[in-house]
Design a protein around this ligand. Structure first.
Ligand code: AVJ
Length: 333
């Protein structure tokens, strides 16, 4: 399902060992499986092709989407404390680096002479912009390796370097995309990739009043709607599907019992759709939805319990009370 290939460094101070998963085949297989589930759904990492990554970057600039700015401020303020854990010859492994600005905020304020970084993202466009963002840190002797892969495949592709302190950075509330069993299991995968005394830096969005949550995921400008609908565009382009984008609308709902914001694509009419390269035809009823993302929201204590159950000990927690966002530092036990 995935193939490895190495290619030439695409930036002067980056050594690149990219593990490109075979995008289209994995996408076709997932579309076939998940679109036939009840309810119909798609894994949210498929939102991030080049256009999806660009739309997400734009969402981060919206006044209603406060995660990015709140986290950046916490990273800047506490960079020196955080960097202590990988100061001597260490490396940072970032899961879902996006445009690189989260890591740049940390490293620009950490006061380190040199560091190695492994960037893992499913989006090649995101990795390319991360390399550009990090290239601006001219003072720092930084060696970057990119891995175009899912989190799990990226972690498996890491070279074991015992003796080099490692910080896994899992920021931007990316953990929020996992359901509770999935997040516990994935934190176990992270723990298994680390040695005792390595660290995990986790940025997670907190529960807040429903109107704020809905504005963050259904913005009046329509960027989040475009981000969501781009998934249909992507299936049309890559899987020879025939979704009519004007027959769908974006919906965000706060599911209080499950503590998650859900994104859906609502079918405005009864319609038949074909996803030819996934060998799939199905009928959507009027009002039926395709569930495209969950963003789980946490309480500070819940973060501690969840991550400590996976074999970590909490060392520090910083909270932006206004945006309701938590940055937590854990040590592998
Ligand atoms: C990048 C997955 C953390 O869930 O808040 C933004 C993605 N979705 N607006 C999130 C997203 C809709 C974002 N994550």
């Amino acid at each position: 399902m995935s193939e490895s290939r190495s290619h030439q460094p695409s930036s002067p101070h980056a050594g690149v060992d990219r593990q490109a998963s075979d995008g289209r085949l994995a996408f076709a297989q997932s579309a076939n499986f998940y679109l036939q589930q009840t309810p119909r759904q798609l894994p949210s990492h498929f939102l991030y092709d080049a256009l999806g990554s660009a739309l997400f970057d734009a969402i981060c600039l919206l006044p209603w989407y406060r995660i990015t700015r709140a986290e950046r401020q916490l990273l800047e303020r506490h960079a020196v404390t955080i960097a202590r854990v990988f100061r001597r010859n260490g490396r940072v492994v970032e899961l879902g680096c996006g445009n690189g600005e989260k890591l740049a905020a940390l490293l620009a304020n950490a006061g380190l002479p040199s560091v190695r970084a492994h960037l893992i993202d499913v989006s090649g466009a995101a990795l390319a912009s991360s390399l550009q963002t990090l290239a601006a840190l001219e003072e720092l002797d930084l060696r970057v390796t990119t891995h175009q892969a899912t989190y799990e495949d990226g972690l498996l592709a890491l070279p074991p370097e015992p003796g080099r302190p490692t910080l896994v950075a899992f920021l931007g509330s990316n953990l929020g995309n996992f359901d509770p069993p999935g997040s516990a299991a994935f934190l176990g995968v992270i723990r298994a990739s680390l040695q005792p005394r390595d660290h995990l830096l986790l940025g997670v969005d907190l529960v807040k009043p429903e109107p704020e949550l809905l504005l963050a995921y259904d913005d009046p400008v329509g960027l989040t709607a475009a981000f969501n609908k781009n998934l249909l565009l992507r299936m049309n382009a890559e899987l020879d599907a025939d979704f009519a984008l004007d027959r769908f609308r974006h919906r965000a709902v706060w599911n209080r019992e499950a503590s998650r914001v859900e994104m859906h694509l609502v079918s405005l009419v009864a319609q038949d759709v074909h996803v030819r390269d996934a060998a799939l035809t199905f009928r959507l009823e009027e009002g039926e939805t395709i569930w495209t993302e969950s963003s789980y929201k946490y309480e500070p204590d819940g973060i501690r319990r969840l991550v400590e159950s996976a074999g970590f000990a909490q060392r520090d927690q910083w909270i932006d009370e206004s945006a309701r966002f938590a940055l937590t530092l854990f040590e592998a036990a």
